[in-house]
Ligand binder design. Structure first.
Ligand code: ADP
Ligand code: ZN
Ligand code: ZN
Length: 726
């Protein structure tokens, strides 16, 4: 008898043991059908052993190991196991989350009839000899593949019963799938289409090439428009030429189609697939399979693609590595950037982290020798834009816009140049206010304001999704004098249309690109200069190359500075550098105007200088002084409950438990979260910190264990390792 240790998609932090007759190490990573409760479920075999801590009499039998398709490989499981350990998340949940949705379900997956050829196994040949002659259909099918492996379409053409018989034969082990032929990888995949590299680009490429075949993290610090993409393409080409696959991670789904198109034209004859949550289930599964089978030589994707099975992985690239979207904000709170570095180490391959404004953690690693630092200091073919602040204290605003900004927009329109206004608020106005008593529209379920949206004329909560009609009069004092306060993208769009009636204005935010095919069309219009003014949120900031954009105006950025988060300055700087980086990529030098009440603030001063390294050094000095990351390592214990006292009470108890554990770490007081109430639940958190990562990890193992065993609590809790949000 063998025992299978199985990962299941259930919120319990253990693996589950099942008995089975004949299983071998080659079944590790395969899917298996097992009884669970009074149902059956699909899981992944993580281990095949001989013993279990469950008494033999109580050990249930696995129903069936799904051997007709390949499983996860040892290297995939090793990465998932690392992530589960490091982020203290249940291995079963981590493994199952890494599978495309159809593979998590019991319903037999539709045979992938178009992929690969089917070959007769030795067992199939025996079966053929033994089948009675009256089993004509079965014999005919086996006979057909006996001569040579065939693809499904051919088999189907010769046997009307193929759709029924092929899955049966696969399950019985009479047939097996042969991996399809890889598309030929061209000798020099980058042959003609790319521009000649600049000296800095060539140097960066050479350094990355020198690192192929060994673990080497590289930080590619390149100002916006310096041509980082070209470096990625050359690095990937080299990995491909060496017979390996490449993985390129990007922060934003909307960036993948254009990147896919670019990569497609630069690597003709190479299969490129993308993996992100915007894909339909079937498409995602097919792409995942192509990566796993080694057919897709280049895999592009967002955060979740970092776990994709890529057997011949030779290089990982993380573009815009500072982007917060690489960290999952709930549940399994992994950082895809950090996991990428671990994956590169496990695979002995280079990993390139690229950004104009790297996370301080990455920059610190690049200055202390852990990563190699490569820089691109000049723009290709254009100058950096000029960044100026407009002091809003002394100016009169119209719909949130200063006369100086309006005048600049006017000039752009006259000159026929494109301009863009950036603000980080979608909707019409961030809140509705009563002019008589000061009442403001708030969400009952969250500590957040309800945002006024024009399209459906309703109030939306951007945190819990709650929607409410706009009240006719103030709910508190009955006054009808309710007015929208502040600017959202819809309001600025309306103001621009009114002020510049001849200008073609396009708004770009989550609401306007919700439809899947909306963005490619918008991008086309921007590129073909069919748009004069863009209004948008940070969707516009990330990585886009807009050739006609001359002027960028930034409205309402100050809000971030009121945040108590120690990363506020770092984030604002990165965001605005990204936004500014969209300007002036064409022939004329760009201008960036930032409206602020605090033009003297160090962040805005640093932005005007556009010197990331100087700013990063000053922030690092502050962090070192104050004892913040990257000089210490942190984890947050988060708790939520219907009542705040319950959450705080749980954390206080957790703190007492933690104080008795070894090794010792610093435990701070439990406090309400920055947004204490969300979707009807009260949230609190407790920060733990250590100056050694290993010590923090050892502590977290012991603590997690103790908390899991502690008396039942009505608070829901979880750990956030290396938290980015407080
Ligand atoms: P980044 O990602 O560093 O902001 P991009 O990769 O978007 O910069 O490159 C900016 C622009 O410069 C793109 O239009 C790109 O095609 C172009 N470019 C990059 N490298 C070269 C080069 N060596 N010669 C000419 N144009 C280049
Ligand atoms: Zn009122
Ligand atoms: Zn809400």
């Amino acid at each position: 008898m063998n025992v299978l240790r199985v990962a299941l998609d259930v919120p319990v932090a253990t693996l589950f043991d099942y008995r089975t007759e004949a299983a071998s190490q080659s079944d590790v990573g395969r899917r298996v059908v097992v009884p669970f409760g009074n149902k059956t479920a699909v899981g992944v075999i993580v281990e095949v052993t001989g013993t279990s801590t469950i008494a033999p009499g109580r050990l249930k039998s696995a129903v069936r190991i799904l051997r007709e398709e390949p499983g996860l490989r040892a290297a995939d499981l090793r990465l998932l196991a690392f992530a589960a350990d490091y982020y203290h998340h249940a291995l079963g949940a981590v493994v199952m989350a890494a599978l495309p949705a159809p593979l998590r379900r019991l319903k037999a997956r539709r045979a992938q009839q178009d992929q690969g050829r089917l070959a007769l196994t030795a067992a199939g040949a025996d079966a053929f000899e033994q089948l009675p002659t009256r089993a004509t259909a079965q014999r005919r099918l086996l006979q057909a593949v006996r001569r040579a492996p065939l693809d499904y379409a051919t088999i189907k053409a010769s046997s009307p019963q193929a759709s029924r018989l092929v899955p049966q034969f696969l399950a019985r082990g009479w047939l097996r799938r042969e991996p399809p032929d890889k598309k030929p990888v061209r000798g020099a995949p980058m042959s003609v289409s790319g521009p000649p590299l600049t000296g800095e680009q060539a140097h960066a490429v050479a350094e990355v090439l020198g690192a192929l075949g060994r673990f080497q993290p590289v930080l590619l610090l390149g100002i916006t428009g310096s041509g980082k993409t070209e470096v990625y393409l050359h690095a990937m080409a080299a990995a491909l030429a060496a017979g390996r696959q490449a993985l390129l991670l990007v922060p934003e789904i909307s960036l993948t189609p254009q990147l896919e198109a670019l990569v497609g034209t630069r690597f003709p004859g190479t299969e490129v697939v993308s993996l992100h949550s915007g894909l339909g289930e079937g498409e995602r599964l097919a792409n995942w399979d192509a990566a796993r089978a080694g057919r897709a030589r280049i895999v592009l994707g967002t955060r979740l693609a970092v776990f994709a099975p890529i057997p011949e992985l030779g290089i990982i690239i993380v573009d815009e590595e500072h982007d917060a979207s690489f960290k999952q904000a709930d549940g399994f709170r992994y950082s895809a950037r950090d996991v990428a570095v671990v994956r590169a180490r496990q695979n002995n391959i280079p990993v390139v982290l690229g950004s104009a404004t790297p996370a301080l953690e990455s920059y610190f690693n690049a200055t202390n020798g852990r990563y190699r630092l490569l820089t691109l200091t000049s723009r290709v073919g254009s100058a950096l834009p000029q960044i100026l602040c407009i002091d809003t204290q002394s100016e009169k605003l119209t719909e949130g816009l200063t006369p100086a900004l309006l005048a600049a927009l006017e000039r752009s329109v006259t000159r026929g140049e494109q301009s863009m206004l950036f603000l980080n608020r979608r909707g019409y106005a961030p809140v509705l206010i009563c002019a008589a008593c000061g009442w403001m529209s708030g969400c009952q379920r969250c500590s957040a304001k309800l945002v006024l949206h024009l399209k459906d004329r309703r109030l939306h909560c951007h945190h819990c999704g709650h929607r409410a009609p706009v009240p006719a009069s103030c709910p508190t004092c009955g006054s009808p004098q309710l007015a929208p306060l502040g600017q959202g993208t819809q309001r600025v769009e309306a103001a621009l249309k009114e002020r510049f009636p001849a200008a073609r204005v396009l708004r770009i935010d989550r609401d306007s690109v919700r439809r899947r095919d909306a963005w490619p069309e918008m991008r086309r219009r921007i590129h073909q200069h069919e748009v004069d003014m863009l209004v948008g949120t940070q969707l516009l900031a990330k990585g886009h190359d807009f050739p006609h954009l001359g002027l960028v105006g930034v409205i309402n950025a100050d809000g971030v500075l009121y945040s108590s988060d120690f990363r506020a300055s770092e984030r604002l700087f990165a965001l605005l550098m990204q936004v500014a980086g969209r300007a002036g990529r064409g022939a004329t030098r760009g201008t960036v105007l930032i409206q602020t009440r605090f033009p003297q603030h160090p962040v805005y001063q640093a932005l005007a200088q556009q010197d990331y390294r100087a700013f990063a050094e000053s922030l690092l000095a502050e962090r070192r002084q104050a004892g913040f990351p990257p000089f210490v390592y942190q984890a947050l214990l988060k708790a939520e409950a219907p009542k705040l006292e319950t959450a705080l009470g749980f954390l206080a108890e957790a703190s007492r438990i933690g104080a008795k554990l070894q090794p010792r770490v610093t435990l701070y007081d439990a406090v309400p979260a920055a947004m204490p109430r969300r979707a009807g639940r009260e949230r609190a958190q407790l920060l733990v910190q250590s100056d050694a990562r290993a010590r923090l990890q050892q502590f977290l193992v012991a603590w997690h264990d103790a908390l899991s065993r502690a008396s039942s609590t009505r608070a829901r809790w979880s750990l956030d390792v290396d938290p980015l949000e407080f």
